[in-house]
Ligand binder design. Structure first.
Ligand code: PEP
Length: 267
């Protein structure tokens, strides 16, 4: 994949990302239908829109062939921390690259929780992904207890420590996803989102000059109606969408909101 968009004045980055995470939803035919519907709705993806979808591992090949030659990028939900070998049930970054995957999620809260993935594993996954020339979407965010205790910033700072030795800044996106907001219909208020995104941008810049080129996406119950609020925040460079990405109409409306938004700098 080409380098991800660069800094551009007030909005900080050129372009706005919309990434759909299909998780473990849908059988093959459902996912094929969804891919065709998305293709019809967002085939153009005019600047400033960058669209990607992350089907389940077993659907990557078929969805990838449907989206081939379109402007919609193929994303995977995770990659192994290992290069190759006797690791039953896992899938290497090289295997994903063979399928045309361009972006890979790392550290989604459901993987951190269900698969008990810790920082050393996440760091190795990121390395494997970058070695294959793909981009990492590093997901982070506080759980409800930390949110209510006012510990969001310290949780985020700890999760961002994983980037201490990171060098491949042009192949990194960060997604701030408050865990209490994922799939719950509860959305963080704009002041909270602006404050945390501003903090993440600052921390990325502190970690390395090139950190300022990293897009910071918001995720957590994003629906079309929320888009004007998110697009109005210059520190939000995109959205990671779970539930609403399973409905082509809603996903299309989210993409359309970006294209129609007058204040996004055009590339
Ligand atoms: C997600 O899982 O990354 C997510 C943001 O899900 P939802 O949009 O359903 O909250």
């Amino acid at each position: 994949m080409g380098k991800i968009p660069r800094l551009d004045g007030e909005r900080k980055l050129t372009g706005f990302w919309v990434i759909g995470n299909w998780k473990m939803h849908g059988r093959l035919q459902v996912c094929k239908d969804l891919a065709y519907q998305m293709l019809a709705m967002t085939s153009q993806c005019p600047d400033p829109l960058h669209v990607a979808v992350a089907p389940a591992l077993v659907h990557l090949d078929v969805v990838g062939s449907i989206l081939k030659n379109s402007a919609i990028l193929l994303a995977a939900q995770q990659a192994s921390a290992h290069v190759d070998g006797a690791f039953t049930g896992q899938c290497s970054a090289a295997m994903l690259a063979d399928l045309g995957v361009q972006l890979v999620l790392v550290g989604h809260s459901e993987c951190r929780a269900d698969l008990e993935q810790k920082d050393d594993v996440l760091r190795a996954q990121m390395q494997r992904i970058a070695e294959q020339g793909m981009s990492v979407v590093l997901c982070l965010g506080e759980d409800l207890a930390a949110h209510e205790a006012g510990q969001t910033v310290s949780v985020i700072d700890r999760q961002l420590d994983i980037l201490r030795d990171w060098v491949d800044w042009s192949r990194l996106l960060v997604a701030y996803e408050p865990v209490w907001s994922i799939g719950t219909g509860k959305v963080a208020n704009p002041e909270h989102i602006a404050a945390i995104h501003g903090h993440i941008h600052q921390r990325l810049q502190d970690l390395g000059d090139a950190g300022q080129v990293v897009p910071v996406l918001y995720g957590g119950s994003v629906k079309p109606a929320l888009m004007p609020q998110l697009l109005a925040l210059s520190s939000v460079n995109g959205v990671l969408v779970g539930g609403a990405s399973l409905d082509a109409d809603q996903f299309g409306q989210i993409c359309k909101a970006v294209v129609d938004w007058p204040h996004v700098e055009r590339a």
